[in-house]
Write a protein that binds this ligand. Structure first.
Ligand SMILES: Cc1cc2nc3c(=O)[nH]c(=O)nc-3n(C[C@H](O)[C@H](O)[C@H](O)COP(=O)(O)OP(=O)(O)OC[C@H]3O[C@@H](n4cnc5c(N)ncnc54)[C@H](O)[C@@H]3O)c2cc1C
Length: 484
């Protein structure tokens, strides 16, 4: 009787699993990395009926989401996918006041709007305008930002650093300090950047750059968006650091410690420095391996300083403000528990220099300078929060910022799957790298590619749609002026 029932159970189990597989034709995927790229890929695949497991190394998801308690959101024209998910998840944003839409400057500690600077320091303002015009000329020479290497002249731009190009513009010293700060805050140190990268990004945002960038705030910042994805995902495992991924003709095996997860496909949505720490079988292509060691990441650390009251008085430190003293982009954060908070972004080589400092020492360096400008700041100081992306082994930097020659060598190499492994993350995005929008788009692209592969369909060249912007204009003679 016992024997019969065991056989029966065994038969039933076989029958059940056969039934399960007959009923369970959905493909499966493991998504590695719980930043916004991985969350989007997981969500989009799950929406298509896939069985998805998301593995995140840290105790919580969100990745490089900002320290800002209420993050700036660009317009639907500039960041369509970000706005699409905010709306879809019914996350309320708050309109941004008009004055934060334009950038501002701190010169010798004094705040200037663009208009004020034009009145108070016309030579500096004209010099900055000359930089903007020259960059716009470069941008308009790129017909298709998806194909920035279209001509020999553009390829040549990739070999030039932004700093060398700026040298030739002969800006006034104050204008140069402000322009340097603007570039290093948004991308990286001008001496480390490819001029083609700066020009291609200017082309992508041409005509949209400033006033569309900050139209609203998301209370709680991008972690709120990350949590909205998590709420909709069936399987999310945190504290699950992936050490290896192997694949054969049937599927992938992803290892976290001694545990192996099996699926049809894997989406690898981790930054390049973290990707280099995952063992892949078969290995990455030689060019991809070279890129891991090579591609420049911008450096941007974030420091939230908390004060008992706004020591900056009536100075408008809100918006995107660039200082001539390398303090970085800064803005006033709503202090949710009273007091007054200031968010300071330390970028480029200024931040790299502080790398050797401990957290408290680093904060002191900034406070000392701040106190010189706003006396009493140190007495009013109550605490800080710090995110040092360059020191974080799971990030390895702020975001991709191509150095000289790197676009020529590595353009679009992460869009091609490695067998059953697909790549996502802001670094894989060609139009909007280094942004939330780019991370979301890359997750959508990886999900679309996995679906095509599972359906046995060929992968089309990824469709990357440019936000509506001004069309390119041809500028005769511009390059001869540049290269001469
Ligand atoms: C200081 C700063 C300010 C920014 N400000 C803005 C802004 O104002 N507007 C904007 O649009 N964008 C901004 N960005 C950019 C934006 O935050 C990023 O582009 C985006 O968050 C990147 O998302 P991601 O998913 O590609 O990568 P990540 O967010 O880095 O996600 C990758 C995830 O993978 C995990 N991981 C790594 N290795 C493993 C492993 N082995 N196993 C499992 N998990 C692993 C990491 O822990 C991480 O959670 C800013 C970035 C920084 C650094």
């Amino acid at each position: 009787m016992l024997k019969i029932s065991r056989r029966l159970v065994a038969l039933l189990l076989v029958g059940a699993s056969a039934l399960a597989s007959a009923k369970d034709p959905q493909p499966s995927a493991i998504v590695v990395g719980g930043g916004l790229a991985g969350l989007t890929a997981a969500f989009e695949l799950q929406q298509r009926g896939w069985n998805v497991t998301l593995l995140e190394a840290k105790p919580s998801v969100g990745g490089r989401a900002s320290l800002a308690a209420t993050e700036w959101i660009g317009s639907a024209k500039l960041q369509p996918q970000l706005n699409h998910y905010l709306q879809g998840f019914q996350l309320q944003t708050v309109p941004a006041p008009g004055y934060v839409r334009q950038i501002g400057y701190l010169v010798d500690g004094q705040y200037f709007s663009v208009d004020d600077l034009a009145k108070a320091q016309p030579t500096t303002a004209e010099s900055i305008k000359r930089y903007e015009k020259s960059l716009d000329d470069l941008a308009s020479s790129i017909e298709d930002p998806l194909n920035p290497l279209a001509t020999h002249t553009l390829i040549k731009l990739d070999g030039i650093t932004v700093a060398n190009w700026l040298d030739k513009l002969n800006l006034t010293p104050t204008a140069r300090a402000l322009v340097d700060q603007r570039i290093r805050s948004r991308l990286d140190e001008p001496s480390r950047l490819s001029l083609l990268h700066l020009a291609q990004q200017a082309r992508v945002y041409r005509g949209l750059w400033e006033d569309e960038r900050r139209v609203a705030r998301l209370p709680g910042g991008s972690p709120v968006l990350a949590q909205a994805f998590v709420k909709r995902l069936k399987v999310v495992k945190t504290n699950a650091r992936v050490s290896s991924i192997s694949q054969d003709a049937k599927g992938v095996t992803v290892k976290v410690g001694a545990t192996g997860y099996h699926a049809d496909y894997a989406v690898l949505a981790v930054p390049l420095p973290a990707l280099g720490k995952i063992s892949l079988t078969p290995a990455l292509l030689p060019l991809q391996q070279k890129a891991l060691a090579d591609i420049n990441y911008g450096w941007r650390d974030q420091m939230l300083l908390k004060f008992k009251k706004p020591v900056w008085g009536k100075a408008r430190l809100t918006g995107e403000i660039f200082s001539d003293k390398g303090l970085g982009m800064l803005w006033v954060e709503p202090a949710l528990k009273g007091g007054a908070n200031l968010l300071i972004n330390l970028s480029g080589d200024n931040a790299r220099l502080l790398n050797a400092f401990g957290d408290r020492q680093m904060v002191d360096q900034v406070l000392i300078r701040f106190d010189q400008r706003y006396p009493g700041a140190r007495e009013q100081f109550t605490g800080f929060e710090l995110r040092r992306f360059g020191k974080d082994g799971l990030a390895g930097g702020a975001y991709v910022a191509y150095g000289p020659g790197e676009i020529s060598r590595y353009w679009r190499i992460w869009e091609k799957p490695l067998g059953r492994v697909l790549f996502a993350g802001e670094h894989t995005e060609v139009l909007y790298p280094g942004t939330l929008e780019g991370a979301l788009r890359s997750g959508q692209r990886a999900a679309e590619q996995a679906s095509l592969l599972a359906a046995g369909k060929p992968l089309e060249a990824p469709k990357a749609k440019l936000a509506e912007s001004k069309p390119a204009e041809q500028k005769g003679g511009f390059f001869s002026r540049l290269f001469n």
